[in-house]
Structures are given as C-alpha cells and as structure tokens.
Design a protein around this ligand. Structure first.
Ligand code: FAD
Length: 417
C-alpha cells in the first residue's frame, strides 16, 4: 500500500482539527488531516448551537449555590442531568470540576480563555471569506431570555462584569423582546441581547467548507483510525484506509475521543464530557425566528439553522459512549412549543454529541511533554465552534516558532501536574 508523507498529521477533522490544519498550511507546512469519517465536521462540530460566543467571558463552571447543587443532585433541572448508574465513573472528574469552580479559580479560567474568545470572531471572518461562504456567518448576536427576576438579576450583574472586558449587551424588557422577536409567546421578566457574537446556521457545513479550502490549497484529507498512531524513529505513523501516513509531527484534535490516543501513550489527562442533544423542527406557518434564543430558566436553546429550528439541550453527565437518553429534549419540547410556533420534527430522532471538557473549562493547546513532535489541541468544552480557528492559529504559531499572539502558558498540559 502507498505511503503518504507529510510534515504534520492532524488527527480529527472537527472545527478544531480543521482550524489547526489550515493555520499550519498557511505557515508552509504540508499537512494531512485524518478522520474516521469520509468528511469533516460529522461529530460534535456538526451538532452544536452555532454560536460564535464572542461575548462569553465567563466559562460554564460548576454551581456553588447550595440550592442549585441540590436541584442538580436531585436531577431536577433542565440545565443539567446525570446518569446515576454512571456516577462512579465521572464522580472524580465532577469533584475536580467543582474544585476548579471556586470564584478565584473560575476567574483564572475566564482570564485564560479571554484572549482566545476576543480573537475568535476575527479568525472565523477571515476563514469564511477565504472559503467563499460568507452566508455561513451571520452577525446577528443572540438573546438570553428570562422568566424569573432572580436569574435575570444574576445575568444583568454578569453583564456588568463582562462589560469591563469589552463585552456589549442590551437589557430588553417585554416590549423590546417583542420588537426583536415578534413570534415569541410567554411572560418574560426580561432578556439580555448580545450583539457581538456570530451565528453559524450550518456548523457541520462550516467545518466542511473549511476542509474544502484546506484541500483546494493542497492539503490532503484521509480516512483512518487515529488509534493506530505510533511513534517512529523520525516522527509519527498512522494507518489510513488507503495506506500509511507518516509525518514528523502529529496533532491530537480528536475532541471527546482524544483519550483514545493520549491514554495509550501514558498521559493521564482529566478529559471529561458533557453530553448534549439537538432536534430540528419546522416553524409553524410563517413564523420566523430572527436570533438564537436561550430560554434560560428552562435550559434549552432555539436556533434558526438552515435545516430548521434546532433545539439544543443543556448538559448531560454520563459515560461518553453510554446509550443516548434524550430526556432533556422531551422535557424542553412542550416548553419550546409554547415559546415559539413550532411544527413537526424534521429529524427522525434527536442527535447526541459530547462537549470535550477539562475540569477548569480551558482547552489543552500545546506540546505533549514526553513525546517530541506530538501536540495537543482539545478540550474546547462549550466553545469549540467558537475557538477552533483561533486555537489553530495559536498552535500553529507555537509549532512553527512564531511569536504566539497570546501567552500559551494557560493552555499547557503542565497546569495539571
Ligand atoms: C449540544 C451542544 C451545543 C453546543 N453549542 C456550541 C455553541 O453554540 N458554540 C460553540 O462554540 N460550541 C458549542 N458546542 C461545543 C462544540 O460543539 C465543541 O466544543 C466542538 O465541536 C469540539 O470540536 P472538536 O473538533 O474538538 O471535536 P469534534 O467535532 O468531535 O471532532 C473530533 C473528530 O475526531 C474524529 N475521530 C474520533 N475518533 C476518531 C478515530 N479513532 N480516528 C479518527 N478520527 C476520529 C471524529 O470523527 C471527529 O470528526 C456545543 C456542543 C454541544 C454538544
């Protein structure tokens, strides 16, 4: 069988892997992008809510309020649910997540991610334009809707804190909500509108458009199993469906499956998952949804995708590979139908994905400390669509010896030592 030679082998063709491949290619590297699917963006990067979260300064940390924790423990909130039977598997990770969520450490995580968040939209704008798909990035912002005075107040306080980092947001009353979204029904205490974030009406399509750009510029996409990765005398080797691929350097960008490669190499990285679901529905009649809307107190989001209205759920803690239990979709559906005129479901069944998460909600971007030529780029949690291209830039700058646009230290694996 043929042997394909490259400078860099990028494992995983989600938004993160494709972002890395493009930025390495821009810096003159001959790159092979490998995935188990025959196309990019078929997994987590396919199913998200489509937000380029340029206004999201504070990561999603574990709640510290006792009442809220109790609701979580009783499996009573739509925002987060867990599989009781799997608890022993993910409890150690949850404890680390809880510890990493103290106010000081949560602030450290927010400041670590901020330089990436701030550059996220610029990077997408450049790629969308180069890929010739400007229609896939809509500058419409998104709306966080509240039904409860207390949660609205918390959100307004958070907005005030975020403003010191350049985040813009408008507080909307019922009248202002109706002006922005005339088809919403219900009693709302208010909303926050974030004008800066972008919206991707087809996240899987975006990864494919970026991968097509990579191929047009001479990059090669191959099907293969990243688990066959082996170190050689001169670099790395993996089995592709059409032959072996060898490269001096390799990048692990396998999202929630990154452990399949780092664990056999002896790395004990605390990568966990927060699963999530989506379901597309038709709009009823002529109803139009103009923005993504988070029905915050009910824990689901509606987004106007090209395929239909995509309902996405909050978090489910379970083993990554445990069978799907789309309870949160079933719970959200009647509430969503009350909020917006929805017709029939377009999908035969809900889609499930898994947000790849480190306990501090900061990705790992940088060198594998014990293996020369091996690099990590995973753990982008709730923000992988947002951060794929900008993480790719940072990684490529490190790999090619350029001055990185931001200090890469907060993303180094050594922070878990
Ligand atoms: C419900 C939900 C809503 C979300 N909403 C948002 C949002 O609005 N905005 C945002 O920024 N983020 C959002 N996210 C998070 C975001 O989707 C993820 O962080 C991001 O997709 C992770 O990208 P990735 O490239 O790291 O992983 P993936 O997209 O999962 O890519 C990993 C790739 O590795 C490949 N792979 C796996 N195993 C192997 C193997 N053995 N061999 C070869 N290839 C393999 C897979 O096929 C896949 O293509 C959401 C996530 C969920 C679940």
């Amino acid at each position: 069988m043929a042997e394909l030679k490259a400078d860099v082998l990028v494992l995983g063709a989600g938004t993160v892997g494709v972002g890395a491949a493009l930025h390495l290619q821009k810096r003159g590297r001959n790159v092979v992008l490998l995935d188990k699917h025959d196309r990019a963006g078929e997994e987590t990067s396919f199913g998200n809510a489509g937000l380029i979260e340029a206004a999201s300064v504070f990561p999603y940390m574990f709640p510290r309020d006792f009442g809220q924790i109790l609701q979580y423990a009783l499996n009573r909130t739509p925002q987060a649910r867990y599989h009781l039977a799997d608890l022993p598997t993910f409890l150690p990770w949850l404890v680390r997540y809880f510890l990493a969520s103290s106010p000081e450490r949560a602030h450290r995580s927010a400041m670590a991610e901020l330089p990436l968040i701030k550059r996220s939209l610029i990077e997408h704008e450049a790629l969308v334009s180069e890929a010739g798909v400007p229609e896939l990035l809509r500058r419409i912002g998104w709306i966080k809707l509240f039904r409860n005075e207390a949660t609205l107040k918390t959100a307004i306080d958070e907005l005030q804190r975020a403003k010191q980092y350049g985040i813009e947001g408008d507080i909307l009353d019922s009248k202002a909500i109706a002006l922005k979204e005339p088809n919403l029904n219900g009693e709302f205490t208010g909303a926050v509108y974030f004008p800066q974030p972008g919206f991707i009406p087809d996240p899987g399509g975006l990864a494919k458009a970026y991968a097509a750009l990579f191929e047009r510029k001479g990059g090669r996409f191959v099907i293969g199993d990243a688990r066959t990765l082996e170190q050689t005398a001169s670099g790395w080797r993996v089995n592709g469906a059409a032959g072996t691929v060898v490269a001096r350097e390799a990048v692990v960008a396998l999202g929630p499956w990154s452990d399949l490669v780092f664990r056999p190499l002896g790395y004990n990285i605390p990568l966990g998952v927060k699963r999530g679901y989506h379901l597309h529905l038709a709009s009823a009649g002529n109803a139009v949804l103009h923005h993504p809307i988070l029905d915050s107190d009910n824990g689901y989001l509606l987004a106007p995708m090209n395929r239909g209205i995509r309902l996405t759920t909050g978090v489910e803690f379970a083993r990554r590979d445990a069978p799907a239990t789309p309870v949160q979709v079933a719970q959200a559906l009647p509430r969503a139908r009350n909020l917006f005129p929805l017709g029939d479901a377009i999908d035969a069944k809900p889609w499930m994905g898994a947000r790849p998460c480190l306990p501090d909600m900061v990705p790992v971007i940088g060198k594998a400390p014990r293996h020369p030529g091996l690099w990590f780029d995973f753990g982008h949690q709730h923000h992988g669509l947002t951060l794929g291209p900008v993480s790719g830039r940072l990684l490529a700058e490190m790999m090619t010896g350029e001055t990185p646009f931001t200090d890469p230290k907060p993303y180094a694996l050594e922070r878990f030592d």
